[in-house]
Design a binder for this molecule. Structure first.
Ligand SMILES: Cc1cc2nc3c(=O)[nH]c(=O)nc-3n(C[C@H](O)[C@H](O)[C@H](O)COP(=O)(O)OP(=O)(O)OC[C@H]3O[C@@H](n4cnc5c(N)ncnc54)[C@H](O)[C@@H]3O)c2cc1C
Length: 406
């Protein structure tokens, strides 16, 4: 809880201490330089980037530990930066974040593998789309190699396709180890985290923000800067800020993606993606670092946050996968898990870009809101951290000196 941070602020906290219980005084009134709301991949990367620049950072996390939200229910793919519109935040932060992430993995010994991926066209009709993907990727500075069917089969003998693109920069990562390392490095630079600390309400002051935590009716904390990294709840958190303009909060949509694991061993060595579908990248084959294959995520628009795996979706998975891997046998798909994308564009609408809204967007000097941080949020996370630090610097909230996160 927040009281835990207040009591332990002079020492680094360690992962797992979420189980600690602290006696909460009736009222705590304390001040901190920066509050980061949410200890997912993005909140941790932002907290680390700010701590590296000498900010006093407190991460407030509603759950009992880090990474229990979107950040534990995804594909763990380090994306190359292929699909996103040129110049968009998704394109820029993915490409920059990808390189930083590989460097970070080497430096902090995070398990990962630059395994590469194939994007396959399974009919003549899809060849034009494959060409468009290659052109979009080139526009983002991501070279993809065109393979004919035979060349693709030398890389993955069991796939069937008309042609494919090979992305050598795509990889996979152990995202829990990554989050652990982000938190540990942030703590080494004097950041702290308080679990069981849900930001319930905020009030704007001239040069700071007041926060109420959990069941507090009155503010118990003052921060000179707040960064809202609350993932699926980011729009709700922004809506709790008394007086914050509602037209600066996008509408939230949720798109669930199911995963099915492949029973038994796989001979695939690369990730295999179809042509993207609206709302997602299409049901693709990903591998974990142990070589286990899983398929997903599909796209199901939902109204409420519900992680149940809808096993009726299995039939669609068999059909989608057999288009590029006809050898998939009946009964080989096992329901695995579901993740939920924090969308800010709805069904049928063009995919929205990441929104990282600083003072120039909403006029509040001490606030940065992150909305719609869906895929490639993991890949982009270190670059998102840098981007937030630059916004804070531009707004005069942090000095220009300090270390850059790498
Ligand atoms: C199905 C799926 C597949 C994906 N695959 C990939 C991929 O392969 N590669 C890739 O690069 N990206 C991928 N992504 C995107 C990536 O997983 C996300 O961008 C990233 O995990 C988002 O992290 P986050 O920190 O913003 O959110 P979260 O991990 O959800 O963290 C937000 C945190 O805020 C906390 N919180 C919420 N409200 C409050 C409050 N009021 N007070 C305090 N704390 C609060 C929550 O408890 C949570 O811990 C995928 C996403 C999905 C859904």
């Amino acid at each position: 809880m927040l009281a835990g941070w207040a009591a332990g602020r002079t020492r680094a906290l360690i992962p797992g201490f979420g189980q600690q219980t602290w006696k909460t005084p009736a009222v705590i009134v304390d001040s901190v330089d920066t509050v980061v709301i949410g200890a997912g991949i993005v909140g941790l990367a932002v907290a680390r980037a700010l701590a590296l620049r000498g900010r006093e950072v407190l991460i407030l996390e509603a759950a009992e530990t880090f990474g229990t939200g979107i950040s534990s229910r995804h594909s763990e793919v380090i994306h190359a930066g292929i699909y996103y519109p040129r110049g968009s935040l998704k394109a820029r932060l993915c490409v920059a974040g990808r390189d930083r992430l590989y460097e970070f993995c080497e430096r902090f010994a995070i398990p990962h593998r630059r395994c590469g991926k194939l994007i396959v066209a399974t009919s003549q009709d899809q060849l034009a789309e494959l060409e468009a993907i290659q052109a979009a990727a080139a526009g983002n500075g991501v070279p993809l190699q065109w393979l004919n069917s035979a060349q693709a089969r030398t890389m993955e003998p069991e796939i069937v396709c008309e042609a494919a693109l090979f992305s050598p920069a795509t990889g996979i990562i152990d995202s829990h180890s990554y989050m652990f390392a982000l938190l540990a490095d942030a703590e080494r630079h004097a950041a702290n985290v308080a679990y069981h600390s849900r930001v319930a309400a905020m009030w704007l002051e001239n040069h700071s923000i007041l926060l109420a935590i959990n069941d507090d009716e009155r503010p118990t904390l003052r921060a000179r800067m707040v960064v809202n990294c609350a993932g699926l709840h980011a729009t709700q958190v922004a809506a709790t800020i008394e007086g914050f303009p509602t037209d600066c909060i996008p509408r939230a949509y949720y798109a669930r993606g199911h995963y099915f694991a492949l029973a038994g061993k796989t001979r695939f060595r690369h990730l295999v993606y179809p042509i993207p579908e609206p709302g997602g990248l299409g049901v693709h084959l990903t591998l974990d670092l142990a070589g286990q294959a899983r398929f997903g995520p599909d796209v199901e628009w939902i109204e409420t946050l519900d992680y149940e795996v809808n096993i009726e979706r299995a039939n669609r998975f068999y059909a989608a996968i057999r288009r590029f891997w006809p050898q998939l046998g009946d009964g080989q798909l096992v329901p695995a898990y579901a993740g939920i994308r924090p969308k800010i564009s709805g069904p049928g609408e063009p995919a929205a870009d990441f929104r990282i809204d600083g003072p120039s967007h909403h006029g509040v000097a001490s606030l940065i809101n992150l909305f719609g941080i869906e895929s490639p949020g993991l890949t982009s996370s270190l670059a998102i951290g840098e981007h937030v630090a630059e916004i804070a610097q531009g707004a005069g909230l942090i000095a220009s000196s300090g270390q850059q996160a790498s």
